[in-house]
Design a protein around this ligand. Sequence first.
Ligand SMILES: N[C@@H](CCC(=O)N[C@@H](CS)C(=O)NCC(=O)O)C(=O)O
Length: 270
Amino acid sequence: MQLFGMSVSPYVSRVLLVAELKGITLHLAAPQIDGALAKMIERMSVLRDNPDASLDRIVIMEGTPFMQTVNPLGRMPALEVDGRYLGESMVICEFLEDAFPEPALLPSDPFERAKVRQLCLMCDLYLMSHLWPLAWQIDPLTRDRDTLRRIEEDLHRNLREIEQVMEDGTWARGASASLADCVLVHSMLMFQCTLQTTTENLGITAFDPEQPFPGHPRLRAWWSQLQRDPVFGAAMTRYRRDYADLFGQLVPDRSPASYAIWLKARCPRS
Ligand SMILES: N[C@@H](CCC(=O)N[C@@H](CS)C(=O)NCC(=O)O)C(=O)O
């Protein structure tokens, strides 16, 4: 089995973590990624010379003929299984759960299974929807304090809602790691890494690396316990390193202005 995508994608890294917990060997392939990165760097230099240049929407692998063959949306991840392809990270995670039941990452009780799925869906549908609007606020030229405050309020509301579905203890739900932990941890990391590219985390305290999740004690306890777990802790370190490597390639001077150019090159607002 091969997984197509890059580990900095929280959708890709959740699948990698599920595979690791189950002891499955999953080869990670990032087809055409070097060409796509070179193209991105070229687009960034066009934008630096001509900030008003209008560029088509391109994202790292989306739209490449290969990715569209393996996933109609052209998005990562896609999983290859005996020459067949599967898209959507949650579907891939559940496929791995069905095909490799041990150790179980969904509880056996149907209601509890549903609660784990509820957490995954809440994360993808609501929390993750704030990521790009937040990233756009990194551009100091177009930053809008009101928008930023609104996003922060929404984030705290979503975190509170997620916390209400979680349980006290080491894991998000139940007595052992589940799909919910794999999904939540990488989404939270993506927010944290994105905000850490800015000074003072853009003033958003929710994902502060030193004091994360203020006002969300259950999430806070969960996060610190996960960091101490050998598999989750190592996955968190790996994700942070991979994000820093990619960001370092694309925005070597790490300035907010260059980051804004990167955003524009990656995902121009039409
Ligand atoms: N719902 C999808 C979302 C996947 C997704 O949006 N992936 C992003 C990367 S984080 C992507 O492939 N974007 C296009 C690109 O970067 O080329 C899933 O869970 O698999």
